[in-house]
Design a protein around this ligand. Structure first.
Ligand code: AMP
Ligand code: MG
Length: 267
């Protein structure tokens, strides 16, 4: 899965990354479903260990265009994980109070504590994405943010947070289908937001903003993964696999038992 890592220091060109990739699961959706189930179970165990050990903090950042599947990942990848151990923080258009502060104020408050997994559904990256595309702040303000974001994520990592960032990579044609489905299927109407069409019209600007954001902020301590996401089931396997690998690499241990447990008799 390391092939989906955006190498730190290298300029990313999203055209080089195939959103249709489905790798060894080509034409074998059943095998993929089985694999996801295994990964779900592994994640469940790793989350329990993370909580029991109470040492590490885990921050998962999900970014992607509308319909890229951020909500789907949260539903499917974390299926089976104890809801007490995972928290989702969704970042919407900032409130007046949030806007009165620096852009990291609302973000830092939501970062994970020891033993906790927090999933960011959108994040501080919106402040170099939508904010840049729509000139919501002057260029010399957003340009400084890449360094600020790197420093912020370094702080989190040095204080014991595993930071993993996923860009859900779909293409324009796939987005069209997914938006069309929101129009065609009554139970999806609630998800249709005509504002999304305005963002869609700015697709090339968004891709340029994503390329810059990923290139400038994929680091050893907070890497970006570019996840092929035209196939939902493959997207889920990629993210779940990376999470399992990276959590295993923490070499977590259950805390030592109290002394003398073997002599206890419960009357
Ligand atoms: P959704 O994720 O579909 O619920 O939409 C949330 C909306 O909030 C998206 O259109 C984001 O671009 C927008 N949003 C999130 N963060 C910011 C931000 N910092 N500034 C402006 N818009 C934002
Ligand atoms: Mg939306």
């Amino acid at each position: 899965m390391e092939r989906y890592l955006a190498q730190p220091g290298k300029k990313v060109s999203l055209n080089d990354w195939d959103p249709n990739d489905k790798s060894e699961f080509k034409g074998n959706k059943d095998k993929a479903a089985e694999r996801l189930l295994e990964l779900n179970n592994e994640l469940e165990e790793l989350q329990e260990l993370l909580y029991a050990e109470g040492k590490h903090k885990v921050l998962i950042v999900l970014q992607g265009m509308d319909t890229s599947g951020k909500d789907g990942v949260i539903r499917r990848v974390f299926e089976g994980v104890n809801p007490q151990g995972v928290r989702v923080a969704s970042f919407k258009v900032p409130t007046p109070e949030e806007l009165a502060h620096d852009y990291m104020w609302r973000i830092h408050k939501q970062t994970p504590g020891k033993g906790e997994i927090v999933i960011f559904n959108r994040s501080h990256y919106e402040d170099v994405l939508v904010v840049r595309v729509h000139n919501l702040v002057p260029e010399n303000t957003w340009k400084k943010r890449y360094d600020q974001i790197r420093a912020f994520e370094q702080l989190l990592a040095e204080e014991g947070t595993l930071v993993l960032k996923f860009f859900l990579h779909i293409d324009l044609a796939e987005q069209k289908e997914r938006l069309q489905a929101r129009l065609d299927e009554p139970h999806k109407h609630w998800k249709f937001n005509s504002g999304d069409l305005k963002e869609r019209a700015r697709w090339p600007d968004y891709m340029a903003a994503y390329e810059d954001a990923i290139s400038k902020t994929s680091t050893k301590f907070a890497p970006w993964y570019i996840v092929p996401s035209n196939r939902k089931w493959y997207r889920d396997i990629v993210i779940a696999s990376i999470l399992v690998e990276r959590l295993k690499a923490l070499k977590m241990q259950y805390p030592a038992a109290e002394a003398g447990l073997e002599n206890i008799v419960i009357e």
